[in-house]
Design a protein around this ligand. Structure first.
Ligand SMILES: [Zn+2]
Length: 143
């Protein structure tokens, strides 16, 4: 189980960075600067490139490609190990840091197609699920 303080950080990012559509599909939300065009994930209210506050939100695609990954064996206390942390390149030009789930790390490969999904990170003090985003390898033949 992840410490409550860490979960709050995960939750605050996931709350504004992830949306769940009525059909159950998950999409990540990034921001784009109206002044210089810089795209950022997770969303930010100030452009890190030009400091503009003229920002628009937009949805990222369902699928990206695996840029790099690492199997983590030494993690903060109470985290469940090992887990896979990776970077995923999205077609919109942003690189997303996330866990890669439901896969044997031995079969991962560079540029492998992956799809965004929702995972339960733990439980809040009221026993309610705390959810965040991860990526899972895309199934062959899936649309
Ligand atoms: Zn900018």
């Amino acid at each position: 189980m992840i410490p409550t303080e860490d979960l709050k950080k995960v939750l605050s990012i996931a709350d504004e960075a992830m949306i769940e559509n009525p059909d159950g599909t998950i999409r990540l939300v990034a921001t784009e600067c109206r002044d210089c065009g810089q795209r950022v994930f997770p969303p930010t209210e100030v452009c890190p490139e030009c400091m503009s506050e003229s920002i628009k939100f937009f949805e990222l695609s369902e699928k990206g490609t695996l840029y790099s990954w690492s199997v983590v064996h030494a993690a903060p206390k109470n985290w469940i190990t090992p887990y896979i942390a990776g970077y995923v390149d999205m077609p919109e030009g942003v690189r997303v840091f996330a866990h890669i789930v439901n896969v044997d790390p031995e079969i991962l490969s560079f540029d492998m197609p992956v799809s965004v999904c929702k995972v339960t990170m733990g439980l809040d003090p009221d026993g309610k699920s705390i959810e965040s985003y991860s990526f899972v390898p895309s199934m062959t033949g899936e649309n």
